[in-house]
Design a protein around this ligand. Structure first.
Ligand SMILES: C[S@@+](CC[C@H](N)C(=O)[O-])C[C@H]1O[C@@H](n2cnc3c(N)ncnc32)[C@H](O)[C@@H]1O
Length: 284
């Protein structure tokens, strides 16, 4: 709480330090990140939170692009909740796509195809070919603001008219100490902690993200965690009510997570809810 309050009242912001490895090409990095996203891994709570919020913008029959899908732990959660939608996971790193292939095979997911490509130039994807575009924890891997704008232009190009989107990432924190605090908080391997710290330093500010996402048109809702802009979500306005089947799948996924992950899930839901963004369903 002390860190969050200091973050709230401080006025100057740390400069952005781009990721040392923009594309996560090393096998060690890919596997350490992949492990963190498994059901008992430290990122499981965030993946389930995003999966539920993303499900609320999707409809059966949708074709959905996941930009920079990494090892597909996030995509696995979403694809499981939405078996009637078809997903394309795109990433620039062959090592990540290799992890993604095994994640999907282990989870027996068949409604996801994988594609190697650069999110800045979606050369293999046609105009207006997607009902929805999602992107989780990846925009900070872009080198600069020009690349961020180019990526958002591509999102707009591949989306159908009135297509939906959910883009989430870290917002740049103001203080180095707060960045350290969040990076150390998950108590992980040295590799993961360093990667996480690098990510927080590479995050764009909420204002930089908002300016780029504005190119998607007037239907943009912005949600930021309360007190510190640790996480930020940009989504289109469409909200699908959850039916009984989705609720049941969501509760099963929640019940499978370890207690610490369930607690982290409640915390992130609370930080967003106090900031005005509620979950579409109650997990407890
Ligand atoms: C931190 S991971 C996040 C992965 C996934 N979205 C998730 O939430 O677990 C960032 C991913 O972005 C990928 N990446 C970085 N720059 C990229 C680019 N220009 N085009 C496509 N993928 C990129 C990296 O290879 C890495 O897999």
């Amino acid at each position: 709480m002390f860190h969050l309050l200091r973050e709230r009242i401080y006025w100057r912001m740390q400069p952005r330090v781009p990721e040392p490895d923009l594309v996560m090409e090393s096998v060690a990095q890919a596997s350490s990140f992949s492990e963190a996203g498994e059901n008992d891994g430290v990122l499981a709570f965030l993946y389930l939170y995003n999966a539920l919020q993303i499900t609320s913008i999707l409809q059966p029959g949708d074709r959905v692009l996941d930009l920079a899908c990494g090892p597909a732990n996030q995509l696995t959660q979403i694809a499981r909740l939405n078996p009637e939608a078809h997903f394309v996971g795109l990433d620039a790193s062959p090592a990540m796509l290799e992890c993604a292939r095994s994640t999907l095979a282990r989870a027996d997911i068949s409604n996801v195809e994988l594609m190697q490509g650069d999110m800045i130039r979606l050369v293999h994807l046609a105009d207006a070919s997607m009902n929805a575009v999602i992107c989780t924890m990846s925009l900070h891997h872009l080198p600069d603001l020009n690349a961020l704008s180019a990526t958002l232009r591509e999102v707009r190009r591949v989306l159908k008219p009135a297509g939906r989107f959910y883009l989430t990432d870290f917002g740049r924190l103001k203080l180095l100490n707060t960045q350290r605090f969040f990076a150390d908080d998950l108590r992980q391997s040295a590799q993961f902690t360093q990667d996480y710290f690098n990510s927080l330093r590479a995050a764009f500010s909420v204002e930089e993200l908002s300016a780029a996402v504005a190119s998607l048109g007037p239907d943009v809702q912005r949600h930021v965690t309360v007190l510190a802009s640790f996480l930020v979500v940009f989504r289109s306005g469409f909200q699908r009510p959850f039916d009984r089947q989705i609720l049941q799948r969501a509760k099963e996924a929640f019940a499978k997570m370890p207690a610490t992950q369930q607690e982290n899930f409640r915390n992130v839901a609370r930080w967003f809810r106090i900031g005005g963004y509620a979950l579409p369903c109650d997990m407890d």
